[in-house]
Ligand binder design. Structure first.
Ligand code: ZN
Ligand code: ZN
Length: 174
């Protein structure tokens, strides 16, 4: 048995049970020959085609489902931040790059996710028009994590800003 889209051999791993047991007329089963990979692609294609209607549907539902919408958005944003910050950290978990050796070994702010954020290494994030927060994380993930970013805690961000300003005042370049 092969997937009707990509032609891959259907196995227990790539062919979900509910697809091989699709119920049809008079309880007959109608297996759907599509692999899990192509299924999720087909769903995504459908969502993209119907994006406008979908967005409207969710907008209309929002007032009645505010709490669950908001909490799932917050969960999504927290997961996204964790993922992106982990990627730009020097370790396998989000950690401040500690450029100026301000942190003691067991400093909780070294790894506290709420204190950490992304920093544009060459500076000028504030003036560049590049977005912040979730919008930035979404963008970087979509672009395959381009280089030029590092993870800093708020203290180190301030320190960097101060040092850069002093350097700039000593040696202003056009
Ligand atoms: Zn397939
Ligand atoms: Zn720091």
């Amino acid at each position: 048995m092969q997937c009707c889209r990509c032609g891959v051999e259907l196995t227990d791993e790539n062919w979900p049970t509910y697809l091989r047991n699709r119920k049809g007329y008079k309880g007959r089963t109608y297996p759907e020959y599509i692999c899990a990979n192509c299924l999720s692609k087909r769903r995504l294609d459908w969502c993209n085609v119907n994006r406008k209607e979908l967005n409207q549907y969710y907008r209309d539902r929002y007032p009645d489902h505010k709490d669950s919408y908001d909490s799932s958005r917050r969960k999504h944003e927290a997961r996204l931040k964790l993922e992106v910050l982990t990627h730009y950290s020097t370790k396998s978990y989000p950690v401040c790059a500690d450029l100026y050796h301000l942190h003691l070994p067991n400093d909780p702010f070294l790894t506290d996710i709420d204190s950490l954020s992304l920093d544009l290494i060459k500076g000028g994030h504030r003036r560049s028009g590049i977005p912040y927060g979730s919008v930035l994380y979404e963008k970087l993930k979509k672009e395959g994590y381009p280089k030029g970013w590092q993870v800093l805690c708020f203290n180190c961000q301030w320190k960097k800003r101060r040092i850069n300003r002093e350097l700039f005042e000593k040696n202003p370049t056009p």
